[in-house]
Design a protein around this ligand. Structure first.
Ligand code: IPE
Ligand code: IPE
Ligand code: MG
Length: 248
């Protein structure tokens, strides 16, 4: 069944988890799982395009992931570089804007340069792919707080002007709307330091499917679950008038 357009999330964010377990189940090294996971990224870009999702944020590498064994970290960084090189032209042809959020200063210079080049080449496009790289919600918030402190110190921002909007404006991609739907694969019921500010009213969907196995039917199941949710934002939502509740 088709999902009505107004019930399609404008922004989906995904915690792509379970690559290591996928590889272990097959007796393969963890990196084989990451390789298979990067194929899923390609597929999910197509699902989003077909469904009319305007923003897709992918949690690719957390600030905590640097603590993994060095061979896994360098393998993951190499895969990222290869993915970017392979899809640069496709992103431009498909008019997808690439953006990176996170501590980009942690990334190796060649990867950083490649990312910046594609960001510039695609910055006029409307549909967006946002990659969270060396990202964590706490580090993003701490950086926003530091920017505010610097502006207050310089006298360009009054302490009384520091409110929710001022903080939101200093996040890594301030113009991107908050995610409507956050999907996590591999069954883990935690946020793992992802988009802590932006997830305030996101709907969560967790599937036991491991990221390399995530396919269109799993994506459609997430969209269907989202379409059935009653988002209340602290209000009372779409409640049916109760019988005898007064009125007509
Ligand atoms: C997600 O898969 C990819 C990254 C965190 C980079 P994992 O590598 O976390 O896979 P599991 O959780 O060990 O199965
Ligand atoms: C979250 O997955 C980070 C990414 C998907 C990049 P992790 O596998 O690192 O999270 P934890 O350790 O299970 O919480
Ligand atoms: Mg994991």
């Amino acid at each position: 069944m088709e999902t009505p357009a107004n019930r399609v999330p404008a922004h989906i964010a995904i915690i792509m988890d379970g690559n290591g377990r996928w590889a272990r189940q097959r007796g393969q090294p963890r990196l084989a799982g990451h390789e298979a996971g990067s194929e899923t990224v390609r597929r999910v870009l197509n699902y989003c395009r077909d469904a009319g999702v305007r923003y897709l944020t992918l949690y690719a590498f957390s600030t905590e992931n640097w603590a993994r064994p060095p061979a896994e970290v360098s393998g993951l960084m190499a895969l990222l570089g290869a993915f970017i090189a392979k899809h640069e032209r496709e992103l431009i042809e498909r008019r997808v804007r690439l953006r990176v959020i996170g501590r980009r200063e942690d990334l190796a210079e060649p990867l950083r340069q490649a990312l910046t080049r594609i960001e510039r080449a695609t910055d006029a496009f409307e549909r967006q792919l946002i990659i969270a790289l060396s990202y964590s919600g706490r580090s993003e918030l701490a950086r926003a707080a530091r920017r505010i402190a610097e502006e207050v110190k310089a006298g360009t921002l009054a302490p009384e002007a520091v409110d929710e909007a001022a903080l939101a404006a200093r996040l890594d991609a301030p113009d991107v709307p908050d995610p409507d739907l956050i999907i996590r694969t591999s069954g883990e019921l935690r946020i793992s330091n992802f988009l802590l500010w932006q997830c305030a009213y996101s709907e969560f969907y967790v599937t036991p499917v491991l990221w390399p196995d995530f396919r269109e039917a799993d994506f459609q199941a997430a969209l269907a679950a989202y379409a059935a949710r009653d988002r209340r934002f602290g209000g009372v939502g779409q409640v049916a008038p109760c019988a005898g509740g007064g009125g007509t």
